[in-house]
Design a protein around this ligand. Structure first.
Ligand SMILES: Cc1cc2nc3c(=O)[nH]c(=O)nc-3n(C[C@H](O)[C@H](O)[C@H](O)COP(=O)(O)OP(=O)(O)OC[C@H]3O[C@@H](n4cnc5c(N)ncnc54)[C@H](O)[C@@H]3O)c2cc1C
Length: 263
């Protein structure tokens, strides 16, 4: 690891003022610390958000759940408000990594990182969440741009994420047995704005499966999802699964998610 200056600001404004040049935000450190150890990242300054109180907490309004960026996965997984309003979200977070990862990892870090196999992006896109930053609000549809790429600009800090409460929803994932990241994960939500289907793990970034959304809008039933075939074009191939296998899994996971949403 290269040498760096460490800062622990107490407010979002102070954190933003420190984000200059090669400075990097530190949230749960579950990704950033490993990339620094591997020397894939060598920030000049680390701006630790651990003391920024305004970035914590979960608020339930009846129509939406708002989660502060520094909220750890374990807090979301165990939140009575989240379990009541969006049980699929609590269940998804409970599938992330292991207890140690869930004790440290944060929603803000996960969304900012936009790992192609991460779970939270599927919930954000599947539920049509809004990501609030210190500068603006970004719809999930406009947030995820590509492999480890988001709409965040330099100096922009995620402050919270708001998830509209769906009529029904579920997430299923075919996980990598070692890391528990998704080989393919599918989040299906029946929302007031229509059916949304978000796929993680399969492609370079989370995406909406529009053919599946159309079929499920006509009839919200497992056979509607089962009837949609995902093309393997552009999907990931690695030592864990070929593009063709991932394409197959998209349909299987979507069908199972619809079954779970109907229970
Ligand atoms: C062994 C292991 C297994 C895992 N398994 C899974 C899994 O199954 N599913 C899954 O989804 N994830 C998994 N993860 C990822 C983990 O859950 C974290 O979500 C992820 O590492 C990033 O969150 P973090 O809080 O640790 O962020 P950090 O590592 O601290 O930061 C990640 C990036 O986000 C930036 N950042 C952090 N907070 C903000 C903010 N508020 N605004 C803007 N930028 C910000 C940082 O500068 C950095 O670039 C796993 C991680 C490990 C180590």
């Amino acid at each position: 690891m290269h040498a760096f200056k460490y800062h622990r600001p107490a407010s979002v404004n102070d954190a933003a003022a420190l984000l200059k040049g090669e400075a990097k935000l530190l949230a749960g450190g579950q990704t950033l610390i490993q990339t620094m150890k591997l020397r894939l990242a060598s920030p000049s300054d680390i701006v630790d958000l651990g003391s920024v109180k305004e970035l914590g907490g979960i608020k339930a309004s009846g129509t939406e759940i708002t989660i502060g960026a520094m909220t750890r996965h374990a807090e979301v997984e165990n939140s009575a408000d989240v379990k009541r309003a969006i049980p699929a979200l609590a269940a998804l977070v409970g599938m992330i990594g292991d207890r140690q990862v869930r004790a440290m990892g944060t929603i803000g870090g996960s969304l900012a990182n936009n790992d192609p196999a991460a779970d939270y992006p599927a919930a954000a896109l599947g539920l049509g969440a809004t990501i609030a930053t210190n500068k603006r609000k970004i719809a999930a549809d406009d947030f995820f741009k590509g492999l480890f790429e988001t709409a965040l600009q330099p100096g922009e800090i995620i402050t919270s994420v708001s998830f509209p409460v769906p009529k029904r929803a579920a997430y299923t994932k075919f996980k990598n047995q070692a890391s528990r990241f998704a080989i393919v994960g599918v989040f299906v939500a029946d929302t007031s704005g229509g059916v949304r289907v978000a796929v993680t793990g399969a492609g370079p970034s989370v995406y909406r499966q529009k053919d599946m959304e159309k079929a499920l809008s006509a009839k919200f039933a497992p056979e509607s999802a089962a009837g949609v075939k995902q093309s393997a074009n552009g999907l990931n191939t690695d030592l864990h699964a070929s593009a063709e296998y991932r394409a197959h899994l998209v349909t299987v996971m979507a069908k199972r998610a619809v079954e779970a949403a109907l229970k």
